[in-house]
Design a protein around this ligand. Structure first.
Ligand SMILES: [Zn+2]
Length: 285
């Protein structure tokens, strides 16, 4: 078929065609070689750990809300994830070499006292739903991996939310860290700064009391992801690590403990999650 096509070409076009073909072939070959070298390098260094400043790492923090048994229980894709999809996302990432870390690891990394794996990520759940205790905790135990749940103090123990007893059990296991998502679930961008600071201190003290942990880290996640820049500054002064819900990705270069970015994995395939990470790193850097 190709020969018959070439036959009707003029000699000049033929020459041009073969030149184009050559260039395309060279480009393709270069891409393949680059891709192979990239894979070889990434596989060879998959277990490397780095201190801050040694390498610009991407450190995605995933935000989930509730885990549910099956798809019929999903109302909004950003609020519920099925147990199977969640387990598959996490285990596939781990098979590729990604390693779940804790907020303590991240803080120590930022402060230059700890190295973290090249492909680190953090798993978080907002609101403190029962799915965290019923499903995420089981998966955390099954694979011995750390996760974090942000609890709303005045919702703990209410229908659909885990109890203080369950929160303490998760906390004591060392696998699920429990931090604050507010004393109540308010839109703090509509409140004044003092209210946010006093509510957040109160919520933190309440967690300390209920989890019986005087050394609990001061880590806060804004309800609805809403805040003002004054509030951000005030909580930073009060010593709180702050989580946003902005669908962006942290990198070592822009790692700011007062403005930690978090992204939704939704029910995406791992391939799609990885593409989204790259896209967001490029777009927001
Ligand atoms: Zn929330």
């Amino acid at each position: 078929m190709e020969t018959s096509l070439i036959k009707i070409e003029t000699p000049l076009t033929k020459k041009k065609m073969s030149k184009v073909k050559k260039v395309v072939l060279i480009i393709l070959l270069a891409i393949i070689i680059a891709l192979i070298s990239f894979i070889i390098y990434e596989r060879a260094t998959v277990n490397n750990t780095y201190y801050i400043g040694e390498k610009n790492l991407q450190i995605p923090i995933f935000v989930y809300h509730n885990l549910v048994e099956d798809e019929s229980q999903i109302e909004y894709d950003y609020m519920q994830t099925t147990v199977d999809i969640f387990e598959k996302q996490i285990t596939t990432l781990m098979k590729l070499g990604y390693k779940p870390i804790t907020y303590q690891d991240l803080i120590d990394y930022k402060n230059g006292i700890k190295a973290i794996p090249k492909w680190s990520f953090i798993i978080t759940f907002d609101d403190g739903y029962t799915g965290v205790y019923d499903y995420a905790f089981k998966i955390a135990k099954k694979y011995n991996i750390p996760m974090t749940s942000f609890a709303i103090d005045d919702m703990v123990g209410k229908p659909g939310y885990y109890t203080w007893e369950q929160a303490k059990e998760m906390h004591d296991s060392g696998l699920i860290s429990i931090y604050s998502h507010g004393y109540t679930h308010e839109k703090y961008d509509e409140e004044n700064v003092d209210k946010l600071v006093s509510d957040t201190q109160k919520a933190y003290q309440n967690l300390v009391t209920n989890l019986q942990d005087e050394d609990l880290l001061k880590i806060f996640t804004y309800p609805y992801g809403l805040y003002t820049s004054d509030e951000e500054e005030a909580l930073e002064k009060a010593g709180f690590v702050q989580n946003l819900t902005d669908n962006k990705v942290n990198t070592s270069k822009n790692l700011d403990l007062s403005r930690l970015h978090r992204m939704y994995p939704l029910d995406d395939s791992v391939f799609k999650i990885l593409l989204k990470i790259q896209y967001r790193v490029i777009r927001y850097s």
